[in-house]
Design a binder for this molecule. Structure first.
Ligand code: TXA
Ligand code: MG
Length: 344
């Protein structure tokens, strides 16, 4: 398949043509990748059963893993969900548009192919201007998972999307202003106590300020035990994984550096923090600043992808803090490392 690659520029007239071309593709049941403030998404018309089914084929995604429906107006909530709770309205007012996905009971118009057969639907209103403009111009609700091959790190740059999706989808819209770098926070509002199913830029503390009690799903911190069905089906899969073997080293920098230097060799790399490179005797990839989890989130997926481009076989990563946005970084890195962590 020929993939159209279109770059957003300062030229508004030209940009409008891109939105119109992408809208035509979406309305005809095709696939368009586009930037959001978190990561790039791979979009299809969420209410078109066949179109959203194509997403699974393009990504190689298991069909029981549901998609997030992207909207541009809160009015869409009432159409997509049969039970828009008071809590959902409060969160929408406070955090939308932005990096928060809510799980609500679905209405009949949402096809099974978008929800993996579940009775609930995941809804998000992105703040990225390109995403918002695409939803508005097309007039469709856009089902969009991250625009990577299933299991690979999510794309935070146009080149990542082109690498994974060129030849598999109709169009890629490139605009490298994806600035959060990890996917949206997912909060399940379909049960009694709001529960975070995936941590992101909107933290537990921020949600609690609006809602009171908020739980964190235990699957976030560890792997899902055999026989236990995770609430977000995506959490049971190996995820975000480069070809390289990633190991998290938990402990202070001095002991981290000692361990890495004792295991130095060709094909070994360090996923460290900025300013630590000089003390390490291996290829060092700085991944944000220590104590600044937002900067780590921005760099993580790009750093994981670079490991493969550099032919690295083993990468030793610093262990992120679990507070605030750090929990999102920790959660993604833990999966990239297939839960392998060593205390140093
Ligand atoms: O930031 C984001 O959320 C990005 C951008 C493109 O918006 N999208 C994204 O989609 O990360 P995806 O498909 O990679 O992740 C969606 C996650 C999966 O783990 C899936 O299992 C979960 O959301 N999910 C979707 N619908 C659900 C539902 N009804 N109940 C529970 N989990 C759900
Ligand atoms: Mg994903």
């Amino acid at each position: 398949m020929e993939t159209i690659i279109a770059q957003i520029t300062e030229n508004e007239e030209q940009n409008q043509k891109i939105y119109e071309q992408a809208s035509d593709i979406l309305k005809r049941g095709g696939l368009v990748a586009f930037p959001t403030e978190t990561v790039y998404g791979l979009g299809a018309d969420a209410l078109d059963e066949e179109a959203s089914a194509k997403i699974y084929a393009a990504k190689g995604r298991p069909s029981d893993n549901p998609l997030i429906v992207h909207i541009a107006d809160t009015k869409a909530l009432e159409e997509l969900s049969c039970d828009v709770t008071a809590q959902a309205k409060l969160l929408a007012e406070k955090f939308w548009p932005g990096p928060l996905t809510m799980i609500l009971k679905k209405s009949d118009c949402v096809p099974k192919s978008s929800t993996g057969g579940l009775g609930t639907v995941a809804i998000r209103m992105p703040s990225h201007p390109v995403a918002a403009q695409l939803i508005r111009t097309s007039g469709v609700y856009i089902a969009a998972p991250s625009a990577n091959i299933s299991g690979k790190p999510s794309p935070t740059r146009g080149e990542h999307v082109i690498h994974d999706m060129k030849g598999r989808i109709d169009m890629i819209i490139v605009d490298d202003t994806v600035d959060i770098g990890v996917e949206s926070t997912i909060v399940d509002l379909s049960e009694d106590v709001p529960t975070i199913l995936r941590p992101g830029y909107i933290t537990k503390e921020m949600l609690s300020e609006v809602l009171g009690e908020v739980r964190i799903d235990p699957a976030i911190m560890g792997s899902v035990k055999p026989g236990v069905v995770p609430k977000a089906p995506g959490m049971k899969y190996k995820h975000y994984a480069p070809k390289a073997h990633v190991v998290i080293l938990r402990g202070p920098f001095q002991r981290y550096a000692q361990y890495v230097n004792n295991h130095a060799g060709a094909g070994v790399a360090a996923l460290c923090y900025e300013g630590e490179e000089a003390a390490l005797h291996v290829r060092a990839l700085p991944c944000g600043r220590e104590g600044d989890p937002s900067s780590q989130a921005q760099r993580l997926f790009d750093a994981l992808r670079s490991l493969d481009a550099m032919g690295i076989h083993t990468a030793y990563a610093r262990c992120p803090e679990k507070q605030g946005v750090g929990l999102a970084v920790y959660n993604r890195l833990l999966r990239a490392a297939a839960f392998e962590m060593i205390d140093v």
